[in-house]
Each structure stands twice: as C-alpha cells, then as structure tokens.
Design a protein around this ligand. Structure first.
Ligand code: PEP
Ligand code: CO
Length: 447
C-alpha cells in the first residue's frame, strides 16, 4: 500500500477527534493499548470478508445492528445476552424469509465513540464539550465529566474484551443453537401481537432442521464461534491505530479491535484522516453514504478504499432518509454499477429519519424506517443491483425511543423508558417486527 503506515493519517486533517490536555498521558495510554492482545483474529476477519463477498452476489444477507452508542454501564450479562437474543431472532426470521444464510454483525464490543454535529453543548449559559461517547468523556453536564479523559480508552478496550468474551462463551456453549430458539425468547414474545407469527417461523425452522438431520444422519446447523461478528465506527484514530497489527503468514495490516470497522458519514472524505487510515487496513470495511454525496465523489472514494476491487472488501451503507432516498440513491447506484465496482449495498434506515418532538425528544418513526427500507429494496431491484443488508440501531431491552410499531407506541409514551445516550433505537419488539415486514421482500424473487 503506497505511502501508507498505521500512522500516516496523522498527516491529514482529522475531524471529530477529542483534544486532550495532557499529551504525555495520551502517549502512555497508546503504549499500553498497543501492547495488549488483540480482540479478534485475522482469520475471523478474512472469513467475514469472504462471507460479505457472498452478500454482494445476493447469496447471503447481512444483518448489522446494535446500539447507537454502547455504554460502559450496560456491559452486563443481561444487556449483552438480550442483544444477542434479538439479533438471533431477527436472523431467524430473515433466514426463513430470504432462504439465504444471514451474516450477523453486532454494533457491539467497541461502539463507544460518537461523532457530533456540534463540538459544544450549551445549557443555561454554560458551554461545555459535547458528549462524544464513553471512550472519550462522560455524560453528566459538568466540566470535569466532559473533559476528554485518555484513561477511558483503556476502559473501553477492556469493556470490549469483556463483552466479546461473554458473547464467544455463550455461542460456544450452545446459546445460538438453532435447535433451541426458545433459549432466545425475550419476555415480550409471550404478550406481543407478533408472538404467534414468530413462534410459527421458529417452529418451521425446527421442523426443517429435524428433517435435514434425518436425511443426513447427523446434526446440522451447529454454529461456531465466528457466527457473530463485531463492528464499530472507527472514529478515534489513535485508538484504532493502537490495534493495527501485522500477523504472521499474512500480508498487510489488520485492525484487530473489531472485524468490520466503518467510516461515519461525517468523516468519509477523500484526503481526510479517516479515509487515509482505512485505505491501508486489510479488514472488510464499510462507509456511510448520505447527505449530498455526488456520484463523482463516491467513485473517487471507492477507488481510494477498494483499489483492487476485491469482493467483500467494501460495503456502502446508504442513509438518506425517507424523503431523500428516491432522489439521491439511484444516481449513486447507477454510477457504481456502471463502473463495475464490487461493493455490498446495505441500507441504514435510521440516521436519515431522526426528528425532534415538540417536547425536544429525539425520536424516529417506525413507519419512516420501514418506508425507507421498502424504497431501498425497490430502487435496487429497479436498477438491477443487490441490496445485501440492513443496518439498524436496536436494543434487546424494552425501551421507548422510536414511535410506532405493532403496539402503536405514541409520542406521549416515549418518556416511559427512554434510555439511549445518543440516537433512538428500535426496541426488541419493533426490531423483530421490522425484519418480519421486510423478510418477504428479500425472498429469492427480488434478487
Ligand atoms: C451512527 O451510525 O451512529 C452514525 C453516527 O451514523 P452516520 O455516520 O451515518 O451519521
Ligand atoms: Co446513531
């Protein structure tokens, strides 16, 4: 990779980075982080890249989801297990509807740094640095809490390791076994309007498995430890650099803090530090596409990030919002397809649909999210490209952050369990309903 080193990004303008007051402490934290063992391995990273290549061809489907911002306080067994449960349930519905393997990627085990539109937040005439995620600073509105603290980089790395360790142990212990979808039941299933549909799908999959096993004379559908992949926004570049490693017997450099890092919309600029860092790592990577991105700048970005046009290398996650997708997406898809770029297309129907209620609560409407997804499928189908995945902000908890869904959560009900630190997430029931509503669309006939 010409002119690239793990720290060549430092020569480029870096947006969304915290300003620390004590560079000596930052250097010491960096030294410690660089010496700690990796969280994931290069063979897992390569396995995901190969699976994403299948997604690009419409042979598998990508389900990526999790919190907008993970919090250190939520690094608990219940919260982690519930997140796995909802992702497993969703994938079951998608496997059933699409008749294709589903690749599960969590926004977890490292989703701790957030880009912000404004550097500062003001309350009652006091202006303090914005909260930028638990990796950087703390939520309470005091000068001490909002000052970026380099020690949090170490705490974040440890939380990511604890989270991943628990996920791997659960999966190894049979938690994700398709023979026992009842292990993943969340409380809501008993009294949800969707319960019956979901039970029917789960029972149908159980029957098919038993049928296959009778034919094959052995167990099928065992899941091994690479069946959950991790992802986070690669925002804090010094943190990412510290995890960028060479491994024996492989070419290139791997970011071994996560399988699948992505570049956020605000930092996806050619010439900027994030694109510079990402172009040199061997992981599969994603980039968020939105706003006013032109076809020309998208092609330039693809050229920098995926110069070898390697299948599975690059995922484009579009996030325009229900009002803009019809105008904005088609020219980009047409240009990318015409140029012969091999990318995975995924739709994030969350970030273009954020609104604020008259009471000042940030929310999203279930119907807008669903409508953007529906439009995305229709646009890709019309053009002849493959919409290979969805990217959702969700939680396994019963929160009240997005309006709508089968239970008809209203604006007035948002306050009941509004817990997100940044963006509103689908609760477990809304998340499951979302995939039930889209499962039909991704049946074979739509590819
Ligand atoms: C996010 O995924 O939480 C996010 C900030 O997205 P985007 O970069 O698309 O705005
Ligand atoms: Co978000």
């Amino acid at each position: 990779m010409i002119g690239w080193t793990p720290d060549s990004w430092r020569q480029c303008p870096a947006e969304q980075q915290p300003t620390y007051v004590d560079p000596v402490q930052v250097e010491e934290v960096y030294r410690q982080l660089s010496a700690l063992p990796p969280l994931v391995t290069s063979w897992e990273v390569e396995a995901l890249k190969a699976q994403l290549a299948e997604v690009a061809e419409g042979k598998a489907f990508l389900l990526q989801g999790g919190d907008c911002a993970e919090s250190f306080a939520d690094c608990t067994s219940a919260v982690i297990a519930n997140k796995l449960k909802v992702l497993l349930q969703m994938s079951l519905v998608l496997v059933h509807g699409s008749q294709r393997p589903v690749i599960r990627v969590g926004r977890f085990a490292g989703q701790y740094a957030k880009p912000r539109s404004a550097d500062v937040e003001e309350h009652g005439g006091v202006s303090l640095p914005a909260y930028r995620g638990d990796l950087i600073n703390r939520t309470p509105f005091t000068a001490a809490d909002r000052a970026p603290d380099p020690q949090l980089l170490l705490r974040g790395y440890e939380r990511a390791a604890l989270t991943l360790n628990f996920i791997r142990a659960l999966v190894d212990g049979g938690f994700a076994d398709l023979h026992h979808p009842e292990y993943w039941d969340l409380d809501f299933v008993q009294h949800s309007p969707l319960a019956e549909d979901y039970r029917r799908i789960a029972a149908g999959i159980g029957d098919s498995l038993r049928f296959m096993e009778t034919l094959a004379g052995r167990q099928v559908g065992e899941m091994n430890r690479v069946d959950f992949f991790t992802s986070h926004e690669g925002l804090h570049l010094l943190f990412e650099q510290a995890q960028t490693r060479k491994v024996p017997h492989r070419e290139g450099w791997y970011n071994l803090a996560t399988h699948f890092p992505w570049i956020g919309m605000r930092t996806a600029k050619v010439g900027g530090a994030h694109v510079e860092y990402f172009r040199g790592i061997a992981n599969p990577i994603a980039v968020k596409i939105g706003g006013t991105m032109s076809a020309e700048s998208l092609l330039e970005l693809i050229d920098v990030l995926s110069p070898r046009n390697e299948p599975g290398r690059l995922t484009l996650i579009h996030r325009f919002g229900v009002r803009a997708i019809e105008n904005r997406l088609p020219p980009l898809v047409e240009a990318v397809e015409r140029a012969g770029c091999r990318v995975v297309w995924s739709c994030d129907p969350m970030h273009g649909n954020t609104e604020t209620t008259p009471q000042g609560v940030k929310t999203r409407r279930f119907e807008h999210i669903l409508e953007e997804l529906e439009q995305a499928f229709a646009i890709h189908q019309r053009i002849g490209s493959v919409l290979g995945g969805v990217h959702l902000e969700l939680t396994g908890e019963n929160v009240t952050e997005c309006i709508g869904g089968a239970r008809g959560l209203a604006e007035a009900g948002l306050a009941r369990a509004y817990r997100t630190q940044v963006d509103p997430r689908l609760n477990c029931e809304q998340a499951l309903e979302m995939v039930m509503r889209i499962a039909r669309r991704i049946g074979r006939k739509t590819v």
